[in-house]
Design a protein around this ligand. Structure first.
Ligand code: G6P
Length: 607
């Protein structure tokens, strides 16, 4: 979703800002802009609809030479995708970029319209006017920002400068991340640490309700009451190589193919195959607390939700006296839910910033229930607000469609389940079996991807022109069907639905015609015959079927992709990597923007 960058220092700000915006492209956006202040204290503004390359074309004609500036990638919420609606917004003496939503912007606008004429339809321009109206002769930009923000309802991450105070950028956050990178004679600002990589490793992560005044010499942090606060300097993790394509055509393909390596990192130091045990340090729960857990609620959105769903099947298998519930964050946050005191909540999020997931975390905490994060992005808001938890260590996921994070999330939750099992009379043999499979999962993923990459590419070509797809599976293959359908629709724009194959006769079977194809994930387990039942029903009605399976048994389908693997319990994870490849190649075949699919954002920081 929207991204913010800022720079004050000795370099030409335009270059740093455009470079930073490119790093944030992956989040999804529809327009971009920068504003800088030159050495004569004249401000310059450039904005463009579309990709950063459109903005660069504008800047090529009129380069900006100043050493201070702010930049933004916008994902439209208020008002259409137009140059006038793009950020930065300029009102009076104020230049502003903003992530988030100002909920009371209409009433503020009605009030400010007496003094200001608004050019855009955005809530952000209203905030710029509100700051400007507080920016009087006797106040500083810091005072004006603080005063204005006290009147605001909603969420924001902002960066502001004014020609009246050269050398200063004021930033603030409430519900939308802002990181201040501290370099030598330069200070950088970003909504996402990846924009700071290569410049500095030292950073201040601003907390909600904080404001900071940034100059080339560093940053001073304040509350909105302008009380000076001590800020904590932290280290930014990761390196530049992790956010580059590494020879692949797209980040998505790179992220699918590197899953063996990233999973290795997820598992590092957390399994002991010889002893048949799993261990996670992060939850930080005492033996008694582990014993007392009888109810686990798993919260997430999109792919994170499906990862939770698959993990819940494994949890039930491993922990005999555990009740699990998996919920969609955007629904749960407004439900009058009750959680027993012996619950623990797993908050699953790749970005650690998803607004609905974060809102659930806060609602759950209000009810006095312990929260554990299953998060990828280090230092993200969810990671900071949970009581404990674990980083999944999948490394930066740049492509909007989530792939390697899904695998890592399922595995991290499985590790938690394996630990719980020990305290809840779980079968040690089953824990040991899962542990054995986990230990070889990275190499099995590598083998599966390499052995089937070409097959999936060919298959994708065959099915790329269809209009609709149904993904079907039962038991642990059901969440995989949901995730497979999501992946295909996200990047190929083919209408696709995931269903439990037992539900076929209750509706979806009516859809089958020659515009549809059906993907069945069939596992070699005790439900094999029942899983094949759905396949027969579809074939009997002339459906075009693809089967992904780890079974050696005879199966009739239009196309069958069989994997050979020593993995059984975790076969859904392996088969899912094939679905990822399939969706990728279909999207490539259809000529789509694979890494930044239309209308989607990587980190959904608004409701
Ligand atoms: C967006 C992304 C999805 C992701 C979902 C949840 O919709 O495009 O890929 O699964 O948000 O994101 P999170 O960062 O909370 O896992």
């Amino acid at each position: 979703m929207c991204g913010i960058v800022g720079y004050v220092g000795k370099k030409v700000a335009q270059d740093v800002l455009v470079g930073g915006l490119r790093r944030l492209e992956y989040r999804g956006y529809d327009s971009a802009g920068i504003a800088t202040l030159d050495d004569n204290n004249d401000a310059h503004l450039a904005r463009a609809v579309g990709k950063i390359s459109s903005l660069s074309a504008v800047l090529e004609k009129e380069p900006q030479t100043g050493h201070l500036g702010i930049g933004h990638t916008r994902w439209a919420t208020h008002g259409g995708v137009t140059e006038t609606n793009a950020h930065p917004h300029h009102v009076g003496n104020v230049y502003l970029v903003h992530n988030g939503i100002i909920e009371n912007y209409k009433e503020l606008k009605a009030e400010l319209q007496k003094t200001y004429t608004f050019a855009s339809d955005t809530d952000t321009e209203v905030l710029a006017a509100l700051i400007d109206s507080n920016y009087t002769k006797d106040s500083s930009l810091k005072d004006a920002v603080a005063k204005a923000l006290k009147r605001v309802r909603g969420t924001y991450g902002i960066a502001v400068f004014s020609p009246k105070e050269p050398g200063t950028i004021v930033v603030a956050r409430l519900g939308s991340p802002l990181i201040i990178g501290l370099g030598k004679d330069e200070t950088l600002i970003a909504s996402d640490a990846s924009a700071l990589l290569g410049y500095t490793r030292e950073a201040i992560y601003l907390n909600d309700g904080e404001l900071a005044v940034c100059t080339k010499d560093g940053a001073e942090v304040y509350s909105l009451e302008l009380k000076h606060l001590n800020s904590k300097k932290e280290t930014i993790e990761g390196d530049l190589a992790q956010i580059q394509k590494g020879g692949y055509d797209h980040f998505l393909l790179k992220e699918i193919m590197e899953q063996a390596t990233t999973l290795h990192n997820t598992l590092y130091g957390r399994i002991d195959p010889k002893a048949g045990k799993m261990h996670l340090g992060g939850p930080n729960l005492t033996e008694k607390e582990m014993r007392d857990i009888h109810h686990v609620v798993i919260v997430g959105c999109g792919t994170a939700y499906y990862a939770g769903l698959l993990a819940s099947y494994y949890m039930e298998q491993l922990v005999p006296d555990l009740t699990t519930e998996v919920v969609i964050a955007s629904e749960y946050r407004y439900r009058s839910f009750h959680l027993p005191k012996d619950s623990v909540a797993l908050i699953v999020s790749q970005s650690g910033e998803t607004a609905d997931t974060l809102a659930c975390l806060r609602e759950i905490k209000k009810r006095g229930v312990k929260t554990l994060g299953i998060v990828n992005v280090v230092g993200s808001t969810i990671a900071r607000e949970v009581d404990g938890g674990t980083y999944v260590h999948a490394g930066p996921e740049i492509s909007v469609a989530s792939t390697k994070a899904f695998t890592a999330q399922v595995v991290a939750m499985l590790l938690f389940a394996g630990m719980l099992a020990e305290y809840h009379g779980g079968d040690p043999k089953l824990v040991a079996e899962f542990t054995r499979e986990l230990a070889i999962l990275p190499e099995e993923i590598e083998k599966t991807l390499n052995a089937n990459r070409e097959t999936m590419e060919k298959l994708a070509k065959k099915y790329a022109e269809y209009d609709h797809a149904l993904y079907l599976g039962r038991d642990t293959a059901f969440p995989i069907a949901l995730e497979g359908a999501l992946k295909l629709k996200e990047i190929s724009y083919i209408h696709s639905e995931g269903y439990a194959s037992g539900e076929l006769k209750h509706g979806p079977i009516a859809l089958i015609d020659n515009r549809f194809f059906e993907v069945f994930t069939i596992l070699d387990n005790w439900l094999f015959d029942k899983a094949c039942g759905g396949l027969h029903e579809v074939r009997a009605r002339g459906g075009k079927t693809i089967v992904l399976t780890n079974s050696k048994a005879d199966i009739e389908a239009d196309d069958i992709v069989r994997i050979e693997s020593k993995i059984e319990l975790l076969a859904p994870i392996l088969l899912n990597t094939l679905q990822q490849l399939f969706a990728y190649y279909v999207a490539v075949d259809r000529g789509n923007d694979v890494d930044q699919p239309r209308n989607l954002a990587k980190s959904v920081t608004v409701e």
